[in-house]
Design a protein around this ligand. Structure first.
Ligand SMILES: Cc1ncc(COP(=O)(O)O)c(C=O)c1O
Length: 498
């Protein structure tokens, strides 16, 4: 008698019961099985259920039909007993105990090592941080969007409308570089607001900045190539460069942004420099025009590329957005990276690259090889969002609400920390840095636990350095919090740090 396990649809229970009987050789190769009618009667199931179970067993080769009198039989040609028994023993358990094929290639090892190092320095559970809902009510994690401000109803309408009228072309594989409509809309904005003279042909749509950084690393860097990185810096960039085995060259950031190195003499040349000129991550300082020109001149003399990560510069609180570094680039040395993660929300996974002409084809080829292109309907809905002027309206609104959050944060820091704190980089973006005076790096170590107990997510600046600084600072992201949550969070933080 067949033993049914009682879980899921009946036909699958019957299928599993037969499979187990065959694998354990209770049913022998070539042995006849009952007809579907008899089986249905025996098991008190419908004939159709029995037919569905047999169809699956036949399709997978456990059973065969014989023309003539024999009917349906267990497949007569089966692998050796030992193979069968080893499979039947592990059946249904799938514990993946065999480790031999977990040997990773060099690239896999490097990627894992870099990602683990970054998540441990941020004191986050290994690599799962974006999947665990925050249990912390006052979480100042930098890099998060103003979720409460997202125009969900409008977004649903635009997406729904694109989905409803999607043509066959919209549903087919799209161009790997991204939909023309979106690239045109982005180009028009960049020309109008950021001073970049670019059309759709040099724009490539990616799944956020992180994919852009990964493509840049894989296309332009060989193992041991030297990469200039701001110190402190965005850890997502560090991961991408380390994954391809690049040598990271730290470049200090002062009150005017990255200190431009002398053109290297003697040493191997730097292949590329990664910078956040409009709102340095995480210090928030702005790279002034003199340094921008110096940086371009350095790139021109060394032959290096510059990666301009322009992640949150649309949020500026004391004037219009700054012109991009890419707009000053006459030689084609700047690779500009933009994202919609901050203006809309990170789960959208939409960003773009503005590429020098010579890099357009290799990047499109890499994008095609990696994922054949980004999801099309979201691209089209976003193109509508931008070209109908809704995007600019949304940005004006969120600039106001984020400015209010920022004001609440700066006031709260001044009130709770007074002279002990120095606020840095508050006039743009969605986070700021607070240097804490008279505290050494070590003193803050146990503060994470204390802050967490008080319900506050604390992110110290040392995790954004390769070589931790002597000074102590905390990076405070404020966009997802309400003003009263910001005030309460800072009050609790000050108490936890005293
Ligand atoms: C410096 C910097 N660049 C880029 C991003 C955004 O990355 P993505 O577009 O992959 O969401 C962040 C997010 O925190 C960031 O801080």
């Amino acid at each position: 008698m067949l033993q049914l396990d009682g879980t899921g649809p009946r036909y699958q229970q019957i299928y599993r019961a037969f499979r187990s009987e065959i694998l354990t050789r209770t049913l022998r190769p070539g042995e006849r099985v009952p007809s579907t009618r008899v089986l249905a009667n025996l098991l008190k199931v419908s004939r159709n259920t029995a037919v569905m179970a047999y169809e699956q067993l036949l399709a997978e080769g456990f059973l065969e039909t014989r023309i003539g009198a024999a009917g349906t039989v267990v497949a007569p040609v089966l692998p050796s007993d030992s193979l069968y028994f080893s499979y039947s023993e592990s059946l249904g358990r799938q514990q993946h105990t065999v480790r031999t094929n977990a040997r990773l290639a060099g690239a896999g090892e490097r990627m894992l090592k870099a990602a683990r190092a970054v998540s441990s320095s941020l004191e986050l559970p290994s690599l799962s941080w974006e999947l665990t809902p925050s249990r912390i009510p006052y979480d100042f994690r930098p890099g998060r969007a103003a979720f409460a401000d997202v125009p969900y109803a409008l977004w649903c309408r635009l997406l729904g409308s694109r989905a409803r009228r999607a043509s066959m072309r919209d549903l087919d594989y799209g161009p790997p570089a991204g939909r023309w409509e979106l690239r045109e809309a982005i180009g028009a904005r960049l020309r109008r607001l950021r001073g970049i003279d670019v059309g759709p042909e040099r724009i490539l749509i990616v799944n956020g900045t992180q994919q852009a950084l990964d493509l840049i690393s894989r296309i332009l860097l060989n193992p041991d190539d030297r990469v200039l990185i701001e110190e402190p810096h965005y850890t997502g960039a560090r991961c991408a460069f380390m994954s391809v085995g690049a040598e990271l060259v730290r470049c200090a950031v002062d009150d005017n942004g990255i200190q431009i190195p002398k053109a290297s003499t003697g040493k191997r040349p730097v292949r590329l420099a990664y910078v956040t000129p409009s709102h340095q991550f995480p210090t928030g300082v702005v790279l002034p025009i003199a340094r921008r020109l110096e940086l371009l001149d350095w790139a021109s003399r060394t032959g290096a590329f510059i990666v301009e990560d322009d992640y949150d510069s649309e949020y500026r609180y004391d004037g219009p957005p700054l012109q991009a570094l890419a707009g000053l680039d006459a030689e084609g040395r700047v690779i500009y990276v933009g994202t919609f993660s901050k203006i809309l929300f990170p789960a959208l996974r939409l960003g773009y690259l503005v590429l020098p002409k010579a890099l357009v084809e290799p990047f499109a080829a890499a994008k095609a090889t990696g994922d054949t292109g980004t999801a099309a309907l979201e691209q089209l809905a976003l193109a509508d969002f931008i070209s109908t002027g809704q995007f600019d309206r949304h940005l004006r609104r969120t600039n106001i609400s984020n400015a209010a959050r920022r004001r609440a944060l700066v006031e709260a820091v001044r009130k709770e920390f007074g002279e002990r704190a120095e606020v840095c980089g508050a006039n743009a973006g969605l986070h700021l840095l607070v240097w804490l005076k008279g505290r050494s790096g070590g003193m803050i170590k146990d503060a994470h636990g204390k802050a967490e107990k008080a319900g506050v997510g604390l992110y110290t600046v040392d995790s954004f350095y390769l070589k931790p600084p002597k000074r102590t600072g905390v990076v405070l992201g404020y966009a997802p919090l309400r003003e009263r949550e910001i005030r309460e969070g800072i009050h609790r933080l000050a108490a936890a740090l005293t």
